[in-house]
Design a protein around this ligand. Structure first.
Ligand code: ATP
Ligand code: MG
Length: 273
């Protein structure tokens, strides 16, 4: 499969209220009518809120959550539990045949413990129970898409030992787009794409600009993970890669944002529109 496949990732803040979730479900339905679709979602802010309730401090580096055992329990419960099932239910009520999954289901993605992370500031950080996805496409996803279902993937995985792992949702979306041979990766978040320090949207980011933005700190926190995921997808041949706001309209094609233009390893540009 894969001709005409879109991987669409939503940041958790777009799914927090009934109103926002309804708008995003409308957006998902719209995309699903035009192409096969895999949805990946985060839920960072809801995890933060639950951690605060339990008195656990948040630690993160470049948008990657440093995940100890207690944090993992909360991440799994929030993402694979509340956030995923609520979205699936909303989609179902709108006639979208959504199926909630994690990366651990039917080997949607192979995941291993992430290597110590080389941060933008030069530090090397052990991320704990954080997973790095790897491997080839997923037969389960292909089967679901071929049957007209929309897989909705929470960014949790498990390694070969059965250890649950927290995967950054942008990282997972980028990996799935690459491994499924998607022709589009669309990341919807709370900002109108990549912003410059004045708050204006940077319309196009190429490889050199990406390095500058991360290197000089104009892109930080969750945006570093997003850009890194976009680069991986573009390099592996995903032709269209965009970071857009999910807050302005349920028509994501009309949402302001940033186009990522990085050549694939086989030399073609990710500039098709
Ligand atoms: N140059 C930049 N442009 C836009 N946002 C930036 C930039 N630099 C840092 N950020 C931060 O990155 C955040 C987006 O990443 P974050 O991980 O918080 O959200 P998300 O990935 O959409 O949600 P989730 O983690 O739930 O999937 C923005 O809200 C902003 O605070
Ligand atoms: Mg994030």
């Amino acid at each position: 499969m894969t001709a005409g496949l879109t991987v669409l990732k939503f940041g958790g803040e777009l799914l927090e209220t009934d109103e926002r979730r309804g708008a995003m479900a409308t957006a998902i339905r719209r995309v699903s009518q035009a192409s096969a679709l895999v949805v990946v979602h985060g839920g960072g802010r809801e995890v933060d809120a639950d951690m605060a309730v339990h008195g656990i401090d948040k630690r993160a580096v470049d948008g990657l959550r440093i995940t100890d055992a207690r944090t993992l329990e909360i991440v799994v419960g929030v993402l694979a539990g509340r956030v995923n099932t609520r979205l699936v239910a909303t989609l179902g009520s709108m006639g979208v045949r959504a199926v909630g999954l994690t990366a651990a289901d039917g080997d949607v993605a192979s995941v291993q413990v992430a290597a110590p992370y080389a941060a933008a500031d030069g530090a090397t950080v052990d991320l704990g129970f954080v997973g790095q996805p790897f491997g080839d496409g997923s037969q389960l996803i292909e089967t679901l898409c071929a049957g007209g279902f929309v897989p909705v993937v929470a960014s949790i995985g498990a390694n070969n030992d059965g250890q649950l792992l927290n995967v950054n949702a942008d990282t997972l979306a980028g990996h799935l787009a690459a491994s499924l041979g998607a022709d589009r990766l669309l990341i919807a978040g709370g900002t109108a794409g990549v912003l410059d320090p004045d708050g204006a949207t940077i319309p196009v980011v190429d490889g050199a600009l990406m390095d500058q933005l991360i290197g000089d700190g104009r892109a930080s926190a969750g945006m570093v993970a997003k850009l890194t995921a976009c680069r991986a997808a573009a390099r592996s041949g995903v032709a269209r890669v965009d970071i857009v706001t999910g807050k302005q309209t349920a028509d994501l094609d009309a949402s302001p944002g940033t186009r990522i233009e990085i050549p694939s390893m086989d030399g073609s540009e990710s500039t098709e529109s």
